[in-house]
Design a protein around this ligand. Sequence first.
Ligand code: MOS
Length: 758
Amino acid sequence: MPADLKPAAPVQLRHGSNAGQPQTRRDGLLKVTGRATYAADNHLEGMLYAVTAVSRIARGRVTSLDVDAAKAHAAVVEVLTPENCPRLAHDPDVKMPYFGFRIEVLQNDNVRYVNQPIALVIAETLEAAIEGAALLNPQYAEEPARTGLDNGEHFAAAAVGVGGPPRTAHGDIDRGFAAAKHVTEADYVTPAQYHNAMEPHAVVAQWDGDHLTLDMPNQALVLSCAGYAAYFGIPRENVLIRSPFLGGGFGSKAIINGPQILAIIAARMMKRPVKLALSRSQMYGPVGHRGQTWQKLRIGTDADGRLTALQHSTISATSSFDEFLESASNASLPLYDSPAIVSEHVGVRLDIGTPGPMRAPGEASGSAALEAAIDVAADACGMDPLEFRLKNYAETEPGTGRPFSSKALRECYTKGAKTFGWAARPLKPRQMRDDNGLLVGWGVGTAVFHCPHFPTAARATLRADGTALIETAGADMGQGAWTALAQIGAEALGLDPSKVEISIGVSSLPDGGVAGGSGHTASAGMSLHSAGKDAISQLTDIAVADPESPLFGAGNIGVVARDGRLYRSDDDNRGESYANILARAGRADVVGTAKAMRDPAIAEKHALFSHGAVFAEVKVDPDLGQVRVTRMVGAFAAGRIINPQLVRSQYFGGMIWGISFALLEEAITDKRTGRIMNADFAEYHVPVNADVPSLEAILIPESDPYLPLGVKGVGEIGITGTVGAIANAIWHATGVRARRFPIRIEDLVGGLLSVDVP
Ligand code: MOS
């Protein structure tokens, strides 16, 4: 790793010394001073620039491209089209195992969505490549675009999410509805949302013989190497990915996409390094998105307000050529105690880029609908929505009866409600106004996310100077892996984190697994911790066998590693420093290694989820329907917290994305052409500071007794309860139940007029 790609020298730490402490980001100083090097910041000797020309139609064929015009440009050196693009060693229409998607890489002239790459212009300068792409003047044989959830071919899903079953049923759903006193039914539409990371996808590709080096933001380094190697027919060890910093990922940077492959093809053809960076608008297609859903909720309740049946059915949009489906209905499986639950999914094929995982895939969309519908059911029972949720609290996993490995959701509800002031909430809607006459409403939503785990490996080197280096090919896309993983390694090594250097973000390091699924800290942390323990155990072997050590012969008694020293576990005064032990042994270091994977039996025997409760206050203008979120409190229980400062920041990020989902974010497609009309940051709305109110994130203490290090996961849960909480607060303010996201002024205005103002 070049020196300028190293993380900052450990920054001044504000508190304490170990895991569980709120330390500032190690990479923070580099980032705020502009010294963190992102993929597109790399300028290699002799580097060329590549720009994709993209399709303006959603379905059909490219019939002509004016390659001569582009090549006539003085600085354009080559134009790749299906006519001259080399074939790949692996058919891009055959999916790779694990997170594999079908991709378009100029292997034929088919167009399957707007913004699909249809040519690649390679030039000496970025400007020339852009101009060359503009000269291609593509002509098409166009077929009608299939757009909109109601306008595509339905198909039975073989799987949802990353391989889950499309249908899960517990109990007798018909009997459940027959036994109900109230049956509420509601459907909800959630929009297509696109990965608008601050850093658009970019790659600098460089070949040296049959060795490939890639500077790119990547959430799954070692896994990706295998994929790139397969596409290019080279051994996996020949691929090196450097991804020290990512400007956001959200799931899209865990997946190999077409433009990246084209840049690599270009670099191989031209025998020069090639840089390709997608423009903002080019992100709307080839790099995944959160797919549209149309969800129907049917909820049966008895006279006491207990659930008798819960049915969640989702139609999820996917592309014409791949299968990824939002597993939205599965949000209804783990939360509420009902004798009968059905979660089911159907796919619909549209002429769009394939959707993929995007922060809380499935749960974000699914919990939005579920939590809004649960509120409707509570109202039908005349109950306070929090009381209703507590009444239907699942003590064990609904349907399976498996115990939760840990579940402090009740504490989340209680603490969150108290902090928010929920007890003062009037039951009926439209009861509260502020001093300016704005309608005020309060809503609650439950947050849930599962706890996946990836196999990982790590190395921990304890050096003679008393410092350590810990290494794993993990990825920090902003969540704080540089810092939190170092804290875990430091804990295992019995060192202050300021003495521990960490390397991540390079694929030649031991496999750090995937930074995704909210599982990175638990997964990479597990092997870092084991590698640290391995180093300490080697050091212990040296010490206890050394007659000059105060630890001599302590083998059976055991030792404790603390503050850079080993102590006899029965005597706090008998110990010595790591440096002394290594120096006397004439060793420069000891190197601990580990490969780790959570015992699969844990997930078989237990239901593994992080939980939370989000409370939101909104104010709505009764005449204009304008909504402002004015206050939010989230309380989350997500296992052991390694760094509360970073975790709070994760929760804020999730809650802010929840505001986005509820009120702002939507890719709008022109149904006639399949074009996304707001593929830019001017009209694709995300929250700005003025949209974000006072936020509070409460960390409910929890340490999971079954999971490695007690850690669950925090990355995705923040968004899951927030959307429903805001929708429910809007109802409480206005009496209007919104049925599509984002909730728009026009959805409220009609309802506002038709409801009597008290
Ligand atoms: Mo996430 S959608 O697992 O990066």
